[in-house]
Design a binder for this molecule. Structure first.
Ligand SMILES: Nc1ncnc2c1ncn2[C@@H]1O[C@H](COP(=O)(O)OP(=O)(O)OP(=O)(O)O)[C@@H](O)[C@H]1O
Length: 260
């Protein structure tokens, strides 16, 4: 069931601007709330700032010198601003995990891919890791397909299975928010379908923010949709409303394929 208005806020971006190291401003004072246990889709033409916005949520931009945030992203329930310099980006990435466009398993076994985040966190007990690996693989709807070959190399899996493995890897540390950057653009329609179904199930446990170029996908998987253009948030609302009766002409032009 899709809610029609944001309920509890999991994360709130407030006056969020972002500048790359070369001085280019990619985000312009964005205000956006991610509703708890809902899927929010980011749509908009190429270069409008979708990935830049997504990557603020796990402090990916900190990996490159000269990048600069302004404003804040407050996450609940503890009301912390994850962009604050006092907040350790590694901690943020434990709470907010990312799944990328192309499946990117590590050159390790299926088991070790999922166990990775736990080991980084210092978890050593074998039984606990076993349990968490199974739970994450079940959560990513992959357990039944791999339970008899957990120690095989992850690269032996199909593209769709590799992407579900990356979702399991992200789930293993019990994140509160999952970020998806065009997670199905490298997959065939069947694998895409299974990832979309999975996203529908995962939102019971986590809050989801997804970038997609595929309008049908945004309409299928998301509860709320944000339309961006040239670094600005043009319109935000319930997905059904954005796709049927958008208020802004720029949104209408985009979803009806008049540009972009
Ligand atoms: N590392 C970088 N340094 C400088 N400018 C960048 C960098 N990465 C992206 N940009 C610029 O920031 C703007 C937003 O890019 P971004 O990748 O966030 O857009 P997008 O909406 O995700 O695009 P696409 O749909 O094509 O992936 C663009 O003008 C882009 O050229």
């Amino acid at each position: 069931m899709k809610p029609t208005a944001p309920t509890e806020a999991k994360a709130v971006a407030q006056n969020l601007s972002f500048y790359y190291g070369n001085g280019a401003q990619a985000l312009k004072s964005i205000n956006l709330t991610l509703a708890m246990n809902c899927v929010t889709a980011l749509i908009g033409p190429s270069g409008c700032g979708k990935s830049t916005f997504l990557r603020c949520f796990n402090r990916m931009h900190d990996l490159y010198p000269g990048n600069r945030y302004e404003g804040q992203i407050v996450i609940n329930p503890d009301s912390i601003n994850i962009l604050s310099p006092e907040i350790d980006p590694i901690e943020v990435r434990m709470r907010i995990s990312m799944v990328f466009q192309k499946p990117n398993p590590f050159p390790k076994s299926i088991y070790e891919n999922v166990a990775y985040g736990l080991r980084v966190r210092g978890v050593r007990q074998r039984a606990l890791i076993d349990d968490k690996v199974e739970e994450a693989l079940r959560g990513a709807a992959l357990w039944d397909e791999v339970k008899d070959r957990l120690h095989a190399l992850a690269f032996n899996l199909s593209g769709g299975q590799q992407q579900r493995l990356c979702i399991a890897r992200a789930l293993a540390t019990d994140p509160e928010i999952l970020l998806f950057d065009e997670p199905t653009s490298a997959l065939d329609p069947i694998a895409t379908d299974s990832i979309e179904n999975l996203i529908g199930q995962l939102k019971n446990k986590v809050t989801i923010l997804i970038v997609t170029h595929n309008m049908h996908q945004a309409a299928r998987v998301s509860d709320f949709t944000a339309f961006m253009h040239m670094g600005e948030l043009v319109e935000f609302g319930a997905t059904d409303v954005i796709f049927t009766t958008p208020k802004q002409k720029r949104t209408e032009d985009y979803i009806t394929g008049r540009y972009g």
